[in-house]
Design a protein around this ligand. Structure first.
Ligand SMILES: Nc1ncnc2c1ncn2[C@@H]1O[C@H](COP(=O)(O)OP(=O)(O)OP(=O)(O)O)[C@@H](O)[C@H]1O
Length: 652
């Protein structure tokens, strides 16, 4: 099991992480961190910056105080007199340390307030971007990978505050200590910088290795989260038990984790090797710095007092440099993840909705002309040369074998997908030229897999878009779909949360959920209603109710009905029979059952099977051959062939 993993550009970016890139990118990353923090809480951001600047100043003050204290203590004279002289420096030293400690606490406080908010904000922006992409994006493996990477960027965004702060703190401390050190002897600072260089290279290389390892394992992490969901979620819990699948699934999980573990171990080993080499080289270089200090002292080029201060300053500069390097490498890695996030926001994974701005009215006519549609990265067309039109107040049924393109056609009529070639127009305007959101506000869709929102029954029906009629409209829609019986039995009526895990929540049966899904569509004041297998889970009475009311629903809408139960399509004005993405027959029900072709084959098989079952189970006197008309008339209004129907398919 492996995802199609398209990490090319990110991998190239990761490979380019070098010390020089880091030096170039750090200011940009710190700016991004400050900008994001500023957009969320400018006072906290300002407070953090001031605290860091003040902490740097306190560091310099502390070192000056050290110098003063040592100079006073090492001067000649009575020890009490020397202590008295050192007293102000000591007070300054203690004061600077106390203020620095307080500033550290303040920084930690502000960072912990700001950090999580930054991740939440980054996640919110990511969610917004994800809803602004074409539906086809989800069919492209590369998009899902980019979304996953961006998601990781959003979750590590909170690290940007603390890492940015550590970096600023190290920088402030470095500037302060380096200033003091340079004042003591100008050769010391370049020597120390040189000594830190190997460690810097090692740290940045290790960060690169870790980032690349995480990037390459991105597909596997996604696989794990999907497996986790399938194994642990309630929806498949019964099948996992009844089909004894637990061992098999957990074994798959183990296989994928082993792959990740191997990659992690390799990255950890390489990172550790790099750190060891860096540390050894750094250690040798540090020995040179300390030797230089001893030499300066021994040759009288530096006083004992200054040498003592230099020891403290060297330690402070060394710590600050290490902080700068380690923090820099960390923020660099976070920055790469944040790049994934920022890129996703900018380009929405390459699938941002960029359609026209024409705001449509509920459509009078939807016309399909020589339509071809191919799914992203598919090798064959799902629809080929499809042409027909659909008018308001008309019910058009789509029938055909599994995979013949019915659902796909429904989504193209709704503007969820755009044609690969040919056109779908709403009152003459191609769907790609319409404002997508305005268009969808005129669409009511009951898909095969409808969402079971963990919201109240009311929200599940209104979908957060209540009409002016209030609950009266909801009840009217419930009466049409049969959901009135469901709502009456709910503990708190429309206010009941439809999820058992939630406080006061209640769970529904499959058929009850389908009634709620139908109610949504009936409630929505939409000009196009697409019903994809709308009664697959309903009992016969519930199914009858839906189809008996369909004509009334179609009074002011265009209705597309997709179903395999052919008795139900008798109520349609026209039936389009699809086979391998083409319309192979079209016409009214009465006409199609008489015509040789796919529809009659399907009808004969389904009808003969049903009637023979009825005959053997219940009514031994029933005749298999004579009930076609009877069934269509009794289960739905009489089929009336449309004037436009013909025996020839519109396209071949
Ligand atoms: N997201 C997708 N990515 C790639 N190919 C897809 C995708 N969805 C469907 N297809 C392919 O497109 C073709 C048409 O699928 P579609 O779902 O429209 O068929 P259908 O007639 O509605 O089938 P069913 O009766 O089983 O619901 C099929 O060959 C299917 O494999």
């Amino acid at each position: 099991m492996q995802f199609v993993d398209q990490t090319g550009s990110r991998e190239a970016a990761g490979r380019r992480i070098r010390l020089v890139d880091m030096a170039r990118r750090l200011p940009q990353l710190v700016r991004r961190s400050i900008a994001l923090a500023w957009s969320i809480d400018r006072w906290a951001a300002l407070g953090l910056l001031l605290c860091q600047a003040a902490a740097g100043a306190m560091q310099a003050l502390g070192l000056l105080a050290v110098s003063g204290t040592i100079a006073a203590l090492l001067s000649s004279g009575d020890i009490y007199a020397r202590l008295l002289t050192a007293w102000p420096s000591l007070v300054m030293l203690a004061g600077a340390a106390a203020v620095r400690a307080m500033l550290g606490i303040t920084v930690a406080w502000l960072s912990s307030r700001l950090g999580p908010q930054m991740s939440r904000e980054a996640e919110r922006q990511l969610l917004r971007a994800a809803t602004e992409v074409e539906l086809s994006a989800y069919d492209a493996p590369g998009f899902n990978h980019r979304k996953e990477a961006a998601d990781r960027g959003a979750s590590v965004a909170q690290g940007l505050v603390s890492e940015g702060q550590d970096l600023i703190a190290s920088l402030a401390s470095l500037i302060a200590s380096a200033g003091v050190l340079t004042a003591l002897h100008p050769a010391l600072l370049p020597l120390l910088a040189l000594a830190s260089f190997p460690q810097a290279v090692a740290q940045v290389s290790a960060a690169r290795v870790r980032y690349l390892a995480r990037l390459r394992a991105g597909g596997d992490y996604r696989l794990l989260s999907i497996l986790r969901w399938h194994v642990a979620d309630r929806y498949a819990a019964d099948q996992i038990r009844a089909c004894t699948m637990a061992d098999f699934l957990i074994d798959r999980y183990r296989h994928v984790t082993e792959r990740i573990n191997r990659a992690d171990r390799r990255a950890a080993d390489t990172g550790a090797r790099m750190s060891v080499v860096g540390a050894v080289c750094g250690g040798i270089a540090s020995a040179v710095v300390w030797a230089a200090l001893v030499w300066l002292l021994a040759t009288g080029r530096m006083s004992v007092g200054h040498a003592g201060t230099a020891v403290f300053a060297l330690q402070a500069v060394g710590t600050a440099l290490r902080g700068l390097i380690v923090g820099g490498a960390r923020i660099m890695r976070t920055g790469l993840y944040m790049d994934d996030w920022a890129e996703f926001l900018q380009e929405a994974g390459g699938y941002r909705l960029t359609r026209g701005t024409t705001v449509p009215k509920p459509p009078e006519e939807i016309a399909v002309e020589d339509l071809v549609f191919r799914y992203e990265e598919a090798t064959a067309d799902a629809l080929r040369g499809v042409s027909f039109s659909l008018r308001r107040s008309e019910v058009v049924a789509l029938v055909g074998y599994n995979g013949s393109g019915k659902t796909t056609l429904g989504k193209l009529l709704s503007g969820l997908y755009l044609p690969t070639s040919g056109s779908v127009t709403w009152d003459g305007v191609p769907t790609g030229d319409l404002d997508a959101h305005a268009m969808w506000s005129h669409v009511a869709l009951v898909p095969q897999d409808y969402a079971r929102w963990p919201l109240t029954a009311r929200d599940n029906i209104t979908l957060g878009q209540p009409t002016e009629g209030g609950d009266a409209d909801i009840h009217a829609a419930c009466a049409r779909s049969g959901a009135d019986e469901v709502v009456t039995e709910l503990r708190s009526g429309l206010d009941t949360v439809l999820a058992r895990d939630w406080l006061g929540g209640q769970e529904l049966s499959g058929g009850q959920w389908q009634r709620i899904a139908l109610t949504r569509a009936f409630y929505r004041p939409a000009g196009l209603l697409v019903l994809d297998e709308p009664t697959s889970a309903l009992d016969p009475l519930g199914e009858h109710r839906i189809f008996a009311g369909l004509r009334e629903l179609a009074a002011n809408r265009a209705v597309v009905l997709i179903t395999h139960r052919l008795t139900n399509v008798a109520c349609a004005d026209r039936i389009l029979v699809l086979d391998k993405g083409r319309i192979v027959q079209h016409g009214g029900f009465a006409e199609l059952v008489k015509q040789r072709g796919l529809f009659r084959d399907l009808w004969t098989y389904q009808h003969t099977r049903e009637t023979s079952q009825q005959a053997s189970n219940a009514d031994p006197t029933a005749s298999a051959g004579s009930s076609a008309e009877r069934t269509s008339v009794s289960s739905s209004p009489s089929p009336s062939p449309s004037p436009s129907s013909s025996n020839e398919p519109e396209n071949s």
